[in-house]
Design a protein around this ligand. Structure first.
Ligand code: ATP
Length: 212
């Protein structure tokens, strides 16, 4: 039987509850067998993260522990060059041809999706699932045009094809960003519930983000 797997790519610098809540919501709402969080080695669209890919992946492992159906996808960690989604999805399709793939992004990423390398090809390899994010509207950037062209009204319509659709999800909003968390760690103003306790402990133990 075909497996349906979501891939949630990101820098995860660090992984935060906004990521985990999105991943869990998407898995349930879209009836996916699993969602894999895929930390990039070097992000293609932004400055290099301050923390190594190995540390970022270790924090993802800690954050997904106990969350049913969430897993780490380590494929991009094997690379030494910038990570491009199109290359990763191509490789995943080669490695696991029996899987139907769904690539998960936040609304902020949809706004500049057309600047991603070979974005049309990404849509040939997977469906795109878009999580709402506070402060980012479906009216900005590339989003309106992409939704007009590829948007699907619901999961049933999306599932009528193997790839090429974009679905906006009604996920609960979480106003957390890694940028804010890094700043709060440096300024010692992080609220207790802004990070998974195991992730915070890892950050403190390894003295990441100048947290100590
Ligand atoms: P930064 O603040 O450093 O840009 P980030 O919090 O956006 O980091 P990333 O690792 O860059 O985290 O994000 C990976 C993916 O998760 C992106 O597609 C992003 O849109 C999405 N995402 C991140 N935080 C949220 C959130 N709170 N709600 C919904 N989507 C999110």
């Amino acid at each position: 039987m075909t497996k349906h797997i979501g891939i949630f790519g990101g820098t995860f610098d660090p992984v935060h509850p906004g990521h985990i809540r999105c991943a869990s919501f998407v898995r349930q709402y879209c009836q996916l067998d699993s969602v894999r969080l895929m930390p990039c080695h070097l992000p293609a669209h932004r400055a290099s993260p301050g923390v190594s890919a190995q540390h970022r992946a270790a924090m993802v492992q800690l954050a997904i522990a106990g969350h049913n159906g969430l897993a780490l996808e380590a494929l991009e960690l094997e690379k030494t060059s910038p990570s491009y989604t199109v290359d990763s999805l191509t490789l995943l399709r080669q490695r696991e041809p029996e899987v139907q793939w769904y690539f998960i992004i936040g609304m902020d990423s949809l706004g500049y999706f057309k600047s991603w390398k070979d974005w049309q090809q990404i849509l040939q390899l997977a469906h795109i699932l878009v999580c709402q994010r506070p402060g980012y509207s479906e009216q900005s950037g590339d989003a309106p045009e992409l939704l007009r062209q590829f948007g699907q009204p619901d999961l049933a319509s999306l599932r009528q094809s193997d790839s090429g659709g974009i679905l906006l999800l009604p996920n609960p909003l979480t106003g957390i960003s890694a940028t804010a968390i890094r700043q709060q760690l440096q300024q010692h103003t992080l609220a207790a519930d802004s990070l998974d306790p195991a992730v915070l402990n890892y950050i403190q133990t390894h003295r990441l983000y100048q947290a100590l």
